[in-house]
Design a protein. Structure first.
Length: 387
């Protein structure tokens, strides 16, 4: 017979998953305060009062070499969570992104008869689509946050629901505010070169060179702002070219980064989730990205998508310029930024298109909808156990 107190295990392996998991826990507790929740996660989940089974920061590694050097830690985490499933028998396992690890854990849950709810899909639609077969076998319900993911999974026989993007809730307060004027002469241009050190080493020098061209070419010299990514020390940026950019008016902003982004007239952004953040904020942008030649070649072979940025994938067309690899040059980036500053028609067209993208991401309440789906599965699991 099931315990009187329902029990859920949530597994989030990265900082973004920890944040989304914490919001999901809030929504679950709002709907069912009596639910007991255990988790692998970080500070955000811990702050929600869950029983932290494993600290996810011990697994926060990027890149093949780093993963190989942490294999012992990864195996230990997997073993501990598998033992937890066998001994504690939670009535629902919620997995958040982190696919390779989480799909192995899903196999254990399946053998034990524990239902699996997957929140925030791995990007199997971009590469390694063969993993869909594994998902179909091991996952009972996918809750996806990008609209095109629903059709992708449904066409492949996976139970799926689109719940909307949690960024809409996370940015709602900033969206509701009027942007704080940046003050001073000249337009304000944002520089968002990424947060990982490899991204900074590649993209920041390119963005600085583009900024220098804009400063020389625009009738009124622009001002620049670089919102500091979480976990980055301003001093770290000096080694990536900022120490040689004293001629540019660059503010390193440590205020809430989304408010800084909302103040910008246009942004140069490394391709990634930040393009969706800017779309929700309604800020025009130019996306650029550059990989090592080998990584780019492998990507071309493995990834078959019509667009590289999430904004354009959601829109189903090119809403923002994508300057990738050999096109990610200071000349092309500065020209695209200047177009958005000087051509009001082009700017208005992009702002309208970004508003459409925001609508396509669903309304507010993604965490609440995901929680409702998870709790329905939890209830079904408890009925099955007691019947």
């Amino acid at each position: 017979m099931a315990n009187s107190q329902p029990h859920i295990l949530i597994v989030a392996g990265e900082a973004s998953g920890d944040m989304h998991g914490a919001n999901l826990v809030k929504a679950i507790k709002a709907q069912r305060p009596e639910v007991r929740i255990s988790a692998m996660g970080g500070g955000a989940l811990a702050a929600q009062g869950v029983n932290l089974v494993y600290e996810s920061s011990r697994l926060a590694v990027v890149g093949l070499i780093e993963v190989l050097s942490h294999l012992g830690e990864i195996r230990a985490a997997l073993a501990k969570l598998r033992a937890f499933l066998r001994e504690q028998r939670p009535e629902l396992l919620i997995l958040i992104d982190y696919p390779d690890f989480n799909l192995m854990l899903a196999a254990t849950a399946k053998k034990l008869g524990i239902p699996v709810f997957y929140y925030i899909s791995p990007q199997v639609w971009a590469w390694r689509q063969g993993r869909v077969r594994t998902i179909r076998q091991r996952v009972d319900m996918m809750a996806v946050i990008l609209p095109f993911e629903q059709e992708f999974y449904r066409n492949r026989g996976v139970a799926v629901e689109f719940v909307g993007h949690p960024l809409l809730d996370e940015l709602a307060e900033v969206v509701s505010e009027s942007p704080t004027p940046h003050g001073g002469p000249g337009r304000l241009i944002g520089l968002l070169p990424g947060s990982r050190r490899r991204e900074l080493a590649t993209m920041l020098p390119i963005f600085l060179a583009a900024a220098r061209r804009l400063a020389a070419q625009l009738p009124t010299p622009p001002r620049f702002v670089l919102p500091l990514a979480p976990g980055l020390d301003p001093r770290e940026l000096q080694g990536y070219g900022l120490d040689q950019a004293a001629d540019l008016q660059i503010e390193i902003s440590t205020e809430q980064r989304h408010r800084t982004m909302a103040r910008c007239d246009v942004v140069m952004a490394a391709s990634g989730t930040v393009t969706l953040e800017l779309a929700i904020l309604g800020v025009p942008m130019v996306a650029a990205y550059k990989l090592s030649p080998l990584s780019y070649l492998l990507g071309r072979l493995l990834i078959d998508l019509p667009h590289a940025t999430l904004v354009n994938l959601v829109a189903g067309r090119e809403v923002i310029p994508e300057l990738l690899q050999y096109e990610a040059t200071p000349e092309k980036i500065s020209r695209a930024v200047a177009d958005l500053l000087e051509d009001e028609g082009r700017r208005a067209e992009m702002v309208a298109a970004l508003a459409q993208v925001r609508q396509q991401l669903g309304g507010s309440g993604a965490s609440q909808r995901a929680a409702a789906l998870a709790l329905a599965m939890l209830e079904s699991s408890r009925v099955a156990i007691t019947s």
